[in-house]
Design a protein around this ligand. Structure first.
Ligand code: MG
Length: 387
């Protein structure tokens, strides 16, 4: 039986690789829905190649273009976020891959969970902003959440068949492009420097997050919720080779690691075909040729975002949501040349301080915090640039 897949965010880095995974296993996976924010040209090309049941272009001003282009084909075309939320709950969909960028992924993910769909979670911001609510909802509606993020997929794979108590999760990080730079050198890095990741080819937002190591902070919070483990038992270790994608330490001291050459198609495919493992033509690890495996503690002075993420999850409530919102706005401002790279953590810190604490937020509180934190971050950035 084929699993019927909805790919939300099909034109991004994860989305395009997910399509290639699905096309590689037409006997197992069938694409039913593709959604994109604004990239009409690629969405139309993908739709022609995959022949899904429906597509959604979120940007309503682009609906006519997509609709006209696909009108000769038997593909339904919709527009708007609300359409995505309606369609992901449909009977023709078994699993929803959430590969949109940022907080905007929360609403459709919640809609898919409410419909009891299996979620292949590639949108970490959903769990950072509203982890407690989303996990409780997934339990209530019986919606399994399978991680796509390479580290969380690694942990999930290490846990298969285990009934033992997890003592610690060891979250590996490549260290990003600035691992070997000094604190002083970080002050003058450019946008191109930040986008030049040594091991992974990813979207711009996550690549900048990797450079600031906020990505690892977000992933620590993601792991906290996915695996129901306290943050004190999640350790971040820099492993520049990116062969070990994360590890689990059990109560007998045994450590299990998942390894492969870095290739996002692997965790994407594992989530889509779970609990089965299908063939994939990744480059195999050649241990004899690997010169070394390195491990380092992260440098908290150079990468203050990691500490902020631990602080945010320790405070809990709506603070991780505010942190995430501030980060999204700060990264965007950095990519638009409005602020320096080293200003990113300063903006986030000030937004966290300026956020009114809500200990037990509802989903409405989370949306409100997100809006307020974005507005505050924008104000801080404008003040900063007008100086
Ligand atoms: Mg990751």
């Amino acid at each position: 039986m084929k699993r019927k897949i909805a790919i939300l965010g099909s034109t991004g880095s994860i989305g395009t690789q997910a399509i290639s995974v699905c096309m590689g296993h037409p006997d197992l996976l069938q694409i039913e829905l593709l959604t994109a924010n604004t990239n009409t040209a690629l969405l139309i090309e993908q739709a022609r190649a995959c022949m899904p049941n429906s597509v959604v272009i979120a940007d309503e001003s682009k609906y006519q273009e997509v609709s006209d282009a696909l009108s000769p084909l038997d593909i339904k075309v919709f527009t708007g976020i609300k359409s995505i939320c309606d369609i992901v709950g449909g009977d023709n969909i078994d699993m929803v891959l959430t590969a949109m960028v940022g907080f905007s992924g929360l609403e459709p993910t919640v809609a898919a969970i409410r419909a009891g769909k299996a979620i292949a979670l590639a949108n970490k911001e959903t769990l950072v902003a509203a982890g407690q609510i989303v996990m409780a909802m997934a339990k209530k509606y019986g919606a399994p959440i399978i991680p796509v993020d390479s580290e969380h997929s690694a942990i999930f794979q290490c846990l298969q068949g285990e009934r033992a108590t997890v003592e610690k999760i060891i979250l590996t990080a490549s260290g990003g492009p600035f691992f070997r730079k000094s604190v002083k050198e970080l002050e003058s890095v450019t946008i191109a420097d930040a986008l030049n990741h040594p091991n992974w080819k990813m979207g711009e937002k996550v690549t900048v997050d990797s450079a600031s190591m906020m990505n690892k902070g977000l992933e620590m919070i993601e792991a906290r919720w996915l695996f129901n483990i306290v943050p004190e038992n999640i350790e971040i270790i820099v492993h520049p080779q990116s062969i070990i994608h994360s590890m689990v330490q059990f109560s007998d001291g045994s450590v299990t690691a998942q390894m492969s050459t870095p290739d996002m198609r692997l965790p994407i495919q594992y989530a889509l075909t779970y609990p089965f493992r299908a063939d994939l033509d990744t480059k195999r690890v050649d241990f004899a040729k690997l010169a070394r495996f390195e491990f380092h503690s992260p440098d908290h002075e150079k990468f203050p975002c990691i500490g902020m993420a631990y602080e945010a999850i320790k405070k809990g409530g709506n603070i991780p949501c505010a942190m995430n919102a501030a980060n999204e706005i700060a990264v965007e401002a950095f990519l638009n040349g409005k602020i320096q790279f080293v200003s990113i953590p300063k903006i986030i810190e000030n937004v966290m301080i300026g956020t009114e604490f809500v200990a037990e937020p509802t989903l409405e509180d989370i949306y409100k915090t997100n809006d307020q934190a974005r507005a505050l971050a924008t104000t801080l950035i404008n003040k900063h640039t007008s100086r």
